[in-house]
Design a protein around this ligand. Structure first.
Ligand SMILES: [Zn+2]
Ligand SMILES: [Zn+2]
Length: 286
């Protein structure tokens, strides 16, 4: 971590990433406005039921508020967002990946690959094989789908009743809103409580700091982590399942820089931590 720019808080984004971040924010604002202006209701987007309890190995399991399997997005709006996101991502990717993504996006625009089908397989079975069939990295396909779904799920959250109360009692490692596994967390400025960020929809909720969120191993002395000197960033690592989680320790943020966290900016701005963790043999969940 010799590069002092890497240590900055808020993170120093490269001009390309800054542009990507800005564009994503603009697209998401547009989606928000569009859904509201068109008079959509959460039910129209597939929100059809109150939370319920299902059974897993005979034990009651609380289900997330929204079931991704039931999501039904307005296809015209969602497919144009998908196209924009592919275009924006292509600007920050390696040449080979960027080309594959652009080709894939063109096939979707031309109807050669059905966007409705992509949505269905991504949010339902999480089947990524379609990417491979078109020479696109599965991981990259998952990323662009996730960035496409994100504003719609957040919009549902902001337009349904009862979610705040529901979230308070939620104790699972998956997102109370959409059921996804989080990939970023923060320690609160006051008490250092660990709040997880949902990578898919941006919801945050509390989760025990002593428990690995991936394998649920509970360590009496807490999880191991490595911190980046002079920054509020640290990476929680689990030697049981070899997963890592990027964490922003807000207690370490100088007062004059404190303010609302922008999770996307923090994630994009800390890609060097992903590289570091991956080099050490830890993986992030995709
Ligand atoms: Zn979520
Ligand atoms: Zn673990």
């Amino acid at each position: 971590m010799g590069n002092s720019k890497m240590n900055a808080y808020p993170p120093a984004l490269s001009p390309d990433l800054k542009k990507l971040y800005h564009n994503l924010e603009q697209h998401y604002l547009w989606i928000n406005k569009e859904l509201t202006a068109e008079g959509y209701k959460p039910d129209d987007l597939g929100y059809s039921r109150p939370p319920f309890i299902s059974k897993k190995n005979n034990n009651p399991v609380e289900e997330s508020f929204v079931s991704l399997k039931q999501i039904s997005l307005p296809e015209t709006i969602a497919s144009s967002l998908f196209k924009e996101i592919c275009h924006d991502f292509a600007q920050v990717l390696d040449k080979g990946d960027a080309e594959q993504l652009q080709i894939f996006s063109k096939k979707v625009s031309a109807g050669e690959i059905s966007f409705a089908h992509l949505l269905e397989i991504y949010s339902g079975k999480k089947d990524l094989k379609v990417a491979k069939a078109h020479s696109l990295k599965e991981e990259l396909f998952a990323q662009v789908m996730l960035f496409t779904l994100r504003p719609f799920i957040s919009w549902i959250r902001d337009n349904i009743k009862g979610f705040t109360n529901f979230k308070e009692s939620w104790q699972q490692n998956t997102c109370p809103l959409c059921g996804a596994i989080p990939e970023l967390a923060r320690l609160t400025p006051e008490q250092g409580k660990r709040l997880l960020f949902c990578w898919l929809c941006g919801t945050e909720w509390r989760f025990n700091r002593f428990t690995c969120l991936y394998c649920q191993e509970n360590l009496a002395e807490g999880q191991s982590y490595f911190a980046v000197k002079d920054t509020p960033y640290r990476v929680d690592i689990c030697d049981n399942c070899n997963h890592y989680l990027k964490v922003i320790d807000q207690r370490q943020i100088p007062e004059k820089q404190a303010g609302p966290l922008t999770w996307l900016e923090n994630d994009l701005g800390t890609l060097h931590l992903d590289k570091l963790a991956e080099k050490e043999g830890y993986k992030r969940n995709y």
